[in-house]
Design a binder for this molecule. Structure first.
Ligand code: HEM
Length: 198
């Protein structure tokens, strides 16, 4: 199921999520180093990284929500996407809480601020897995007919227009291989989604 929000032919949501995931996770690692070393430059860095991670997360949520909106109702992808989206909003709320608790003295955060960040990262591991399930298992954000020899996303051609993507009647050793790849999970995901709309 093709993404609705693309840049240079690729979905924008996976481009943006690296910022919140990287910044917020590293902030928690820095908090742990602070607990072990008592050196406050780590928590000062965490304070600014959490602020940047929250902004990045809010920006990433918009194209994610647009893509979720386009998923047909009644499908497993719609349910997993909802769980993923709501879970990630909770992740952001936990970090917003953590940031506000740090604000009075960013260098020496209270225990609650560090715990909120830890909980956020643990939850993000689960919601991140759900994101992977959406893409790799359910085919959300994957171009229709995507296959190993699809033409570049920068051309105006759909992934399926490559003449070689047509199934071959007689399977030679090489030809048989190619068919197996082209008709793999992506095509299956498309069939499941369109089947559930009937
Ligand atoms: C803001 C924090 C968020 C993070 C860190 C995040 C993370 C992820 C990850 C790791 C993936 C898998 C990407 C891949 O394997 O290529 C993904 C996919 C996806 N996420 Fe999120 N997500 C967030 C928010 C949301 C929200 C609020 C929604 C709306 C319900 C959403 C909907 C989707 C959808 C539909 C996909 C499938 C790929 C696509 O359509 O681009 N996400 N997300």
């Amino acid at each position: 199921m093709e993404s609705r929000v693309k840049l240079a032919g690729h979905p924008v949501h996976p481009m943006l999520i690296v910022f919140p995931l990287g910044l917020l996770t590293t902030a928690v690692v820095f908090d742990i180093i602070y607990l072990a070393s008592n050196a406050t430059h780590w928590t000062l860095a965490s304070y600014y990284m959490i602020a940047a991670g929250i902004i990045g997360g809010l920006a990433a949520a918009v194209p994610g929500a647009v893509d979720w909106w386009a998923i047909p109702r009644g499908t497993r992808a719609k349910r997993i996407g909802l769980l993923h989206g709501v879970g990630n909003v909770i992740v952001l709320v936990l970090f917003i809480l953590s940031w506000f608790l740090r604000r009075p003295d960013p260098a020496a955060p209270p225990t609650g601020a560090i715990v909120a960040g830890l909980l956020g990262v643990v939850l993000a591991a689960f919601t991140g897995w759900l994101g992977g399930e959406l893409v790799n298992r359910l085919g959300v954000g994957v171009d229709v007919g995507a296959h190993l020899d699809a033409p570049s996303s920068l051309t105006s051609q759909p992934a399926t227009t490559d003449a070689r993507s047509a199934p071959r009647a007689s399977a030679t050793a090489g030809g048989g291989d190619r068919r197996t790849h082209q008709q793999s999970a992506y095509a299956g995901a498309e069939r499941r989604v369109s089947g559930s709309m009937r």
